[in-house]
Design a protein around this ligand. Structure first.
Ligand code: ACO
Length: 337
């Protein structure tokens, strides 16, 4: 799917993020499994990640991020008419975490649902919310991207356990006078689905004593194949959305790629020809937070003053599905109509 924003102007008017308190360094991981700080930094660029407490679920990370985003936008939960939570680690299979969040925020008039598109979930959810606002169906949307992947990682598998972390980010979307989203490109290639998946616990393989004993409720990944896929789609999706919107890479002021691995980001950055100082990187501190990755990186970029009004921001995600998605936005710094 690809298209330019031809409807009403819609932008991000509020931004928030939240990560668990507990920092787990590479050195700590090397006391738990056969790995080292040197290996992890060289192959991934990750130095530490945040890991949720045993009692912490996704909504516990999403709620503070959402409250921050609402405060940043200057609105309250009861003003929302749409909440989408992009995640593969909801509090439970159902009810949706978005409905739990709506209740906690006092958003009694909001439609609320979860969306599953792996690490690309945030981009999919933002595109959906954009469509509903631009088409006049909704007025104020909250989009949360967040995951607590630590709960579905096999902590005896060094090939996956070192890569991921927990965190959530949230954005408020509203109509604005001008600027805002320019276009989106979203895609999926289900033929690669088994390169990155969670085998059991769904209707294909419901939970049994055997499935638990066989550790089939944990993430399984073919790292090399995902690496190849990720480098290819990060570049192709970014180029596609730029071309569709009549922009070039030189126009991009801030590039926010999915934070999976510094090597993947460096490859994409070089291929696209974006100068390093325009690229947002925080994977060294958070690891791969899946759906949380892009909004956490946006929050970082905002904190260091990079998201000034008028700047062109390119976001590209990719992940399980296999899926990918890009969005291009002219930052508005509020400015709702
Ligand atoms: N510590 C030490 N050694 C390790 C570790 C570890 N944590 N993990 C693997 N190794 C070993 C392997 O066993 C292998 O040893 P061998 O040569 O004796 O067999 C060796 O290191 C090399 O393993 P490779 O898998 O070939 O290492 P590679 O350079 O491909 O790096 C990595 C692995 C980091 C997983 C890389 O493939 C990668 O980043 N892939 C993409 C993963 C990703 O980003 N996934 C998520 C994207 S989508 C989403 O966000 C949901």
């Amino acid at each position: 799917m690809i298209g330019t924003a031809n409807g009403l102007a819609v932008s991000i008017t509020g931004l928030g993020s939240h990560v668990p308190d507990r920092v787990v360094t590479n050195d700590e991981l090397s006391t738990m499994m056969e790995t080292s700080d040197e290996w992890i930094v060289e192959r991934t660029g990750i130095r530490e990640r945040r890991i949720a407490a045993p009692e912490e679920a996704l909504s516990d990370l999403a709620l503070p991020a959402a409250r921050q985003a609402l405060e940043d936008a200057g609105i309250s939960g009861s003003d929302l008419d749409l909440i989408i939570v992009a995640t593969v680690t909801p509090d439970m299979a159902f009810p949706a975490t978005a409905a739990i969040l709506a209740d906690e925020l006092g958003a009694h008039d909001a439609g609320a649902y979860d969306l599953s598109a792996g690490c690309t979930g945030f981009m999919y959810a933002v595109a959906q919310a954009y469509g509903m606002l631009a088409g006049g169906l909704a007025q104020r949307a909250l989009v949360v991207g967040g995951d607590v992947l630590s709960k579905i990682l096999d902590w005896s598998d060094r090939g996956t356990a070192v890569l991921f972390g927990d965190g959530a980010g949230a954005v408020v979307l509203e109509r604005v006078g001008q600027g805002g989203f320019l276009g989106f490109e979203l895609g999926a290639d289900g033929s690669g689905g088994l390169q990155l998946y969670l085998p059991a616990g769904g209707s294909r393989a419901p939970a049994t004593a055997e499935s638990v004993a066989e550790r089939r409720h944990f993430v399984q990944m073919n790292g090399r194949e995902v690496f190849k896929f990720a480098t290819r789609v990060l570049v192709a999706s970014a180029e596609a959305v730029l071309a569709e919107c009549g922009r070039t890479i030189e126009d991009v002021d801030v590039y926010v790629p999915h934070q999976a691995n510094v090597r993947i980001i460096e490859y994409a950055t070089q291929k696209l020809g974006i100068p390093d100082d325009r690229v947002v990187i925080d994977v060294d501190r958070y690891g791969n937070t899946s759906s949380g990755s892009i909004p956490l990186a946006l929050a970082d970029a905002k904190a260091d003053g990079r998201l000034a009004a008028g700047r062109l921001v390119l976001m590209t995600g990719m992940g399980a599905g296999l899926t990918w998605g890009s969005g291009l936005i002219e930052w508005t710094d509020g400015g709702r109509t």
